[in-house]
Design a protein. Structure first.
Lengths: 181, 370
């Protein structure tokens, strides 16, 4: 058979010599390799106590952003849903009523906003499509769940903590990559 | 006389056609179709005297006629200029036209707010198309955009004066379709605005057509306000027996809910004539009050241009793949399946958005299963 590369090595099938039949040198050699690794730098880390830094372009769980006054930025324009290749995002819009100006930034807001994390492929196109800087992908994973129902994320799961009422949680949710402004 | 009618030969972007005398350059170009047709924001073929205001349809006339082949010194508005025999017109082949159109678009956008994410017209807005195709990317306008105090145009029509580009189409509708014109344009220049004179309510049967003729989101349907984005609704052709109008409409549906009713539009975004030749204007009853599927006879899905955002997610000719699971599992189906409609809070069957008169509010969703 013609090989693709010239790096192929034929399997050595010659009968073992007397020395090889003793196995002891081979065992010693193998143990030596194991022992050598004790003193090498470990490639694993103790998750969840230790965590690896995320890559600057990592795309994790979605966050619905608020503005500096704690108002929801999303206006339910539907551009994230239309950009979504997996069709994971759905929403329903409502009109802001007088007295709700401290809750929602614009005249229209998303009364319901839902991302199906089972469908989501974390491509980040929703983040790119958003004209209001309202959705972005954070540095967290979607936590595991025993039931599929737990992966339908509503607004309660997605909204970032209020920067006015819960500044520490807000900073934590922003992550290390947040724009310094 | 009829058999000896002389046809004028006119060349638009190197395409020669013969049209009847008295045809405007714009209509001649539209009979060729495609990209040769200049965009029009104010001209509306179904409305008399419309056109000549927005200047987006400017074209270059390279030769006036065979008798007088001098070029016209300035760009002309193609919706108001009639063709001459032997006229040579340059539209997209002319640098001047493209440059002028970018300038006109910039002017139209000067005072137009950047609220497309909120605007219900987004997705079928002619100004969006115009700025996308002919406009420049950035803005040089550094001043406050003009704003207006809110006007109430009755319970069905929402007027956003800030979005208006003063094309006067709605004024012509009110003038030509209804008996009494109760709205027009007040003030001059930068301050001009569409208004009902001294809060006269617009209670004419055909006043709803101002929504269809509006090229931007200045006049929108209050019964559809914020209900859904147009590209998430399914356009369906339907008809009913109406004593007032032709009854041929387009329904914009989600599932079995009728979110919005509009007149049928042709490829230029204008209201199409009905199949019996009558104008396709529809009455307020059809437009605003028949939001039940039982009122309509469905003719079939509307053909939507593939390049339109409205065609997104409308999969045509899709075949359900064969479900192999029962076969592989020895006849039994999978035990763990999730029905998304049991979990999802969006599109709950107990909330019928189409039955809510105006836009939905927070409390409309409060009764839903959490």
């Amino acid at each position: 058979m013609q090989t693709l590369t010239n790096r192929a090595k034929p399997v050595d099938r010659h009968p073992m010599t007397r020395m090889e039949k003793l196995y002891l040198p081979a065992i010693a050699k193998g143990m030596g390799i194991t022992l050598k690794h004790f003193f090498k730098k470990k490639v694993t880390i103790q998750y969840p106590e230790e965590k690896r830094p995320f890559s600057p372009v990592f795309r994790g769980l979605h966050v619905l952003n608020r503005d500096e006054d704690g108002r929801e930025r999303c206006t339910a324009c539907g551009l994230c849903a239309v950009a979504c290749p997996a069709e994971a995002i759905t929403m329903e819009a409502a009109e802001r009523e007088p007295g709700e100006e401290n809750l929602y930034r614009e005249e229209k807001y998303a009364a319901k906003y839902e991302i199906n994390m089972l469908r989501c492929i974390f491509c980040g196109l929703c983040e790119e499509a958003c004209p209001k800087d309202a959705i972005y992908l954070s540095e967290t994973f979607a936590p595991a769940n025993f039931k599929r129902e737990g992966f339908i994320y509503g607004k309660n799961d997605l909204l970032i903590p209020d920067p006015v009422k819960e500044p520490e949680l807000y900073q934590k949710a922003l992550g290390s990559r947040a724009k310094k402004s | 006389m009829a058999d000896e009618k002389k046809l004028f030969k006119v060349t638009i972007d190197n395409i020669t056609i013969e049209v009847e005398p008295g045809t405007t350059i714009l209509n001649a170009a539209r009979s060729i179709g495609g990209e040769v047709a200049p965009p029009a924001m104010c001209y509306y073929s179904k409305l008399k005297n419309s056109g000549g205001k927005c200047r987006t349809c400017l074209v270059e006339v390279a030769a006036g006629s065979t008798a007088d082949p001098r070029p016209m010194p300035k760009l002309v508005a193609s919706c108001r200029t009639t063709v001459m025999d032997g006229m040579i017109v340059k539209n997209i082949t002319s640098e001047r036209v493209i440059d002028a159109r970018a300038g006109v678009t910039e002017f139209l956008l000067l005072n137009h707010p950047l609220d497309c994410p909120i605007c219900d017209q987004a997705g079928e807005c002619h100004l969006q198309d115009l700025s996308y195709e002919h406009g420049k990317e950035g803005t040089r306008f550094e001043f406050q955009k003009r704003t207006f105090k809110k006007h109430d145009l009755g319970e069905y029509i929402q007027l956003h004066m800030t979005r208006c580009i003063l094309c006067y189409r709605c004024v012509f509708v009110a003038d030509q379709l209804t008996q009494k014109r109760a709205h027009g344009i007040l003030d001059r220049g930068d301050h001009s605005e569409i208004a009902t004179y001294i809060e006269k309510s617009l209670d004419n049967d055909f006043i709803g057509n101002v929504i269809d003729v509006c090229p931007v989101g200045a006049l929108t349907d209050k019964t559809f306000r914020f209900k859904n984005r147009v590209w998430f609704t399914k356009p369906v052709d339907a008809h009913r027996n109406c004593s007032k109008c032709c009854g041929e409409v387009q329904l914009w549906m989600r599932g079995d809910e009728v979110f919005r009713v509009t007149a049928r539009k042709d490829e230029w975004g204008e209201v199409k004539d009905a199949t019996d030749g009558r104008p396709g204007w529809i009455c307020n009853e059809c437009r605003f009050e028949k939001k039940d599927l039982k009122d309509w006879t469905i003719d079939g899905p509307t053909k939507v241009n593939r390049h339109s955002v409205i065609s997104q997610g409308h999969y045509v000719g899709v075949q359900m793949p064969k479900d192999f699971l029962p076969e592989v599992m020895g006849g039994r189906g999978p035990k763990l399946l999730m029905d998304i409609h049991k979990v999802s809070e969006v599109n709950r069957p107990e909330i019928e958005l189409s039955k809510i008169d105006g836009p939905a509010h927070g409390d409309d969703f409060a009764g839903a299963k959490q």
